[in-house]
Ligand binder design. Structure first.
Ligand SMILES: [Zn+2]
Ligand SMILES: [Zn+2]
Length: 437
């Protein structure tokens, strides 16, 4: 395992800023698990430190090695920059030494706080600093740029040292509601670390408006069923599309208190985002275990978004299932088993299809439950569009940024970048090889 910090210590401390170095610890040839280190002789910065997507399927000894590697990468770093709150970008930050300084967007910081109800509270372990414009970390000036992605508060980072600059795209797309944000990204950078999740997957991505229309079609075709839609509570664009589809088909969208809280946070920045307090056909349902956990963590998480008239009436749900859509995930199956066992139910995945294929206890239980009463419950086709840019969008980003060099990351097809960007130098990178700029 290489570590640029060791290199930094070995160098004569002449503060030669031209010795800017980077190393992709993980992510040069895979999707997810990103971890990049950039360093000069007297500063070490880590960008994201995520859990590989296949972590759960690995043997224990490999899982242990994954944590050991992360500890090494995060050791003695001056700061971590976290692009967004997806596990494949933040999932190994718990391996950072206590008190490690982590810069991120205000939105991501808020999500980290509330998401502590599901596991370790990273905000207690780390020194979270909200990015407000540009921050200085010794030699580096770092600026965050909000980008469109399927995670609330995602951003790209621009690192500047003397006359050198690196732009790290994070996860990015142009086909969501805020796709236009790419136009704010800085131009003429030296190196663009560009994600390439959808390279090799061909298809042009559909828009969130397409998702809205597909939901409407499904709801219209099954008017007697309640729809359970598995969608991330952080995927605000998708929830808005779902909400709009509900409104146009005369259904109420029901969300759990965690999603209700995330919507409250998002609404503060964008008042068009629906909340129980501001939008009539958005209701909150209160699964017992989740609600209890949230009250234990902080009663305000529940009582902040709570509105008496917006509490889902379970009896109405059971008598008129076709009037409701529920934002759902397999971990809420106990709620469905309690209240929806005798009700007509349709399930739709509005997440990356492979999540449904994972060999996980709660997903397997969900599949079994669907099969138990085929006359009542069915799984409908997925309605999803990627949180990542398609190839034409990546080319649009490159055309705007005009980097001297592209560094592929977050892709299984990094070798294809050079044919997609023939007018720009594309670096050949592999994990754990250091580069001097
Ligand atoms: Zn990712
Ligand atoms: Zn992501």
């Amino acid at each position: 395992m290489k570590n640029l910090f060791n290199f930094a210590n070995d160098m004569q401390m002449n503060h030669d800023y031209k010795k800017l170095q980077f190393i992709i610890h993980r992510g040069s040839h895979q999707i997810g698990g990103n971890c990049v280190e950039v360093a000069t002789p007297n500063v070490k910065i880590v960008i994201d430190c995520g859990l590989p997507l296949d972590y759960d399927n690995q043997d224990l000894d490999i899982q242990e090695k994954i944590h050991e590697d992360a500890k090494g990468w995060l050791d003695h770093c001056d700061a971590v920059f976290l692009s967004h709150y997806h596990g494949d970008h933040y999932g190994l930050l718990s391996d950072a030494p206590k008190g490690t300084r982590v810069y991120t967007s205000k939105e991501t910081a808020e999500l980290m706080k509330v998401s502590g109800i599901f596991g370790e509270d990273l905000t207690e372990h780390l020194d979270i600093q909200v990015m407000n414009g540009t921050v200085a970390v010794k030699d580096f000036r770092v600026t965050a740029y909000p980008v469109d992605h399927s995670a609330y508060g995602a951003c790209a980072f621009h690192f500047e040292v003397a006359d050198k600059s690196i732009l790290y795209s994070g996860d990015i797309r142009l086909h969501g509601k805020k796709g236009i944000l790419y136009k704010n990204l800085p131009q003429n950078v030296d190196y663009l670390f560009l994600e390439g999740t959808n390279i090799g997957r061909g298809a042009k991505q559909r828009t969130e408006t397409d998702m809205e229309n597909e939901f409407i079609k499904q709801f219209d075709e099954t008017p007697d069923s309640v729809h359970l839609v598995w969608c991330s509570s952080q995927n605000i664009d998708r929830i808005v599309a779902l909400y709009r589809a509900c409104k146009r088909t005369g259904r109420a969208l029901c969300v759990d208190p965690y999603a209700a809280y995330v919507l409250e946070l998002a609404h503060k920045a964008h008042t068009t985002i629906p909340t129980a307090k501001t939008h009539t056909n958005l209701l909150i349902f209160y699964p017992h275990r989740l609600t209890t956990k949230m009250i234990e963590k902080d009663p305000e998480l529940i009582f902040g978004p709570y509105v008496k008239k917006r509490k889902l009436d379970v009896k109405l749900l059971q008598s008129h299932p076709g009037k409701y859509v529920m934002l759902f995930r397999p971990s809420l199956l106990y709620y469905a088993k309690t209240y929806l066992n005798e009700v007509k139910v349709c399930l739709t995945n509005s997440i990356w299809a492979q999540y449904w294929e994972q060999d996980k206890l709660d997903i397997n239980r969900m599949k079994e439950w669907l099969e138990e009463k085929p006359e009542l419950r069915k799984k409908l086709p997925d309605i999803h569009t990627s949180g990542h840019a398609d190839v034409p969008s990546l080319q649009t980003i490159v055309k705007h940024v005009k980097p001297k060099h592209i560094v592929p990351i977050h892709s299984e097809h990094s070798d294809s970048f050079s044919s997609l960007f023939p007018d720009t130098s594309v670096m050949e990178v592999v994990d754990e090889v250091q580069h001097t700029i």
